[in-house]
Design a binder for this molecule. Structure first.
Ligand SMILES: [Zn+2]
Length: 85
């Protein structure tokens, strides 16, 4: 019954450094709590000169996902490119 909870918890933990969750910025919003991240902050995140933390949930914003489309998080299974000769 608690397995699903446990799994999502472990997923969060696997992204954590020193207990802090790291999330990307998606569609101008925090990937953790979906609070809007101002463009200026996004720029700072892109520069990666300092650690930007979401003011809302305290997660570390690790990068800006530039893709506009919403993509479900799937287990990393990259499609292998076949070599065409
Ligand atoms: Zn947040």
């Amino acid at each position: 019954m608690e397995e699903r909870l446990l799994r999502s918890y472990e997923k969060i933990r696997s992204n954590a450094i020193n207990g802090l969750a790291i999330v990307p910025v998606r569609r101008s919003a925090c990937g953790g709590c979906f609070a809007i991240v101002p463009p200026q902050r996004q720029a700072e995140i892109r520069e990666r000169k300092k650690i930007i933390v979401c003011e809302h949930c305290g997660r570390i914003l690790a990068g800006v996902d530039e893709r506009e489309e919403v993509e479900e998080e799937k287990p990393l299974k990259k499609t292998r490119k076949l070599k065409v000769e």
